[in-house]
Design a protein around this ligand. Structure first.
Ligand SMILES: [Zn+2]
Length: 368
């Protein structure tokens, strides 16, 4: 049945200032014992408020906190805490790690999951994917839920109150999705669902990109001021919802593959996922042989957001060629490279990274 195509999405997506207040009423129909997975800082910030919201809906939550990395050991320990608890669903509250931990616990307990992101640093809230790490923060696996979250609840007052660097990372993660889905569609690429992309993924990827180009610069300014505005709402929708739908239904490619190398590169290792993907999008455009003007255009936008556009921004010491070679070796292990319409090789990646550096005003190469 290779002709099958699949569309995956959350059952319900709700976004707006103060929407956290609705959590209790929204999950109450599923049962009275939600298993809340969060982390210590978020619990300190929101714990009392969350308990109040859930109690008002007649719910009696079991609250678990993830400390440190999201590893199989950590998630197994959280799931064991639930032995004998007739949980109704798992609710992740927090950043990417807490949400992925909630998804992973839900997978073990065979329960539905709701996600309540308190920052917008990537599209994890929307997707069925779970990024699993080891204790040294190396990505070791991407697990998948059998279905997407039943509820994604995005309180934009929380997003606006969080440091803008999180939103920066989310914009970097989202800006690449159009290019990744486009490459997947014109080639023979497959989505994370294991099927050929549907047309809707291209449409969503395009609109995600348009929304970010139109609103993201203003949204960063608004987030820095801590205010919820239309630009912030448009940007958060692109970062959390559109980006997730675009990759899960449209496929990933070179931009995300490069994160495998960057996670091991000195200097770059410490940067958030979305910062890696932003630079990866530039390298992907260079690897596709796009015109200098097209790459420079995206570079100008990323600079305005203050996302990395060159090796120096990534914290890689000059000369960068040796780092690029190492990044290329690890990038070649990424399964998404098969989604690129042309064959990816280490030299192709290295030359593309050098071309991006040259366009950013670093390096000596004039570019292709
Ligand atoms: Zn990503």
């Amino acid at each position: 049945m290779s002709a099958q195509r699949v569309f995956a999405s959350p059952s319900r997506y709700i976004q707006g200032p103060g929407s956290l207040e609705r959590l209790g009423e929204l999950i109450a129909p599923l049962g009275t014992i939600p298993i809340v997975v969060t982390d210590a800082p978020v619990l300190a910030l929101l714990g009392d408020r969350l308990r109040g919201i859930l109690a008002a809906a007649g719910l009696d939550p079991l609250v678990l906190t993830l400390d440190g990395e999201i590893t199989y050991e950590a998630v197994d320990a959280l799931a064991r805490t639930c032995d004998g608890v007739p949980g109704s669903l798992v609710v992740g509250v927090g950043g990417g790690k807490a949400l992925d931990a909630a998804k992973s616990v839900a997978l073990r307990l065979d329960l539905p999951v709701a996600t309540v992101p308190t920052i917008a640093s990537n599209d994890s809230p929307t997707s069925s994917a779970i990024a699993m790490y080891d204790d040294s923060h190396a990505l070791i696996a991407v697990d998948h839920l059998p279905s997407n979250p039943v509820l994604v609840l995005v309180d934009t007052s929380l997003i606006a109150a969080a440091p803008a660097d999180f939103l920066r990372a989310g914009i970097g993660d989202a800006i690449a999705k159009k290019f990744e889905a486009d490459g997947c569609a014109v080639g023979t690429g497959m989505t994370p669902l294991g099927t050929r992309p549907l047309r809707i993924a291209t449409a969503i990827g395009d609109d995600c990109y348009r929304a970010l180009r139109q609103h993201a610069i203003q949204a960063i300014a608004d987030c820095e001021s801590g205010v919820v505005t239309d630009a912030l709402e448009q940007t958060v929708e692109a970062v959390v919802l559109l980006s997730g739908l675009a990759f899960e239904n449209g496929g990933l490619s070179v931009a995300h593959s490069l994160t495998r190398g960057l996670m091991r590169a000195d200097g770059a290792r410490r940067l958030p996922h979305g910062y890696h993907v932003a630079w990866g999008a530039l390298v992907q455009l260079a690897a596709e042989g796009r015109a200098d003007g097209e790459i420079a255009d995206l570079m100008g936008f990323l600079r305005a957001i203050r996302l990395p556009v060159c090796s120096a921004d990534l914290g890689i010491d000059a000369p960068a060629d040796r780092a690029f070679a190492e990044i290329a070796v690890h990038t070649m292990t990424a399964p998404h490279l098969a989604n690129f319409p042309i064959e990816v090789t280490e030299p192709l990646l290295i030359e593309a990274a050098q071309r991006v550096d040259a366009l950013a005003g670093l390096g000596t190469r004039s570019g292709a």
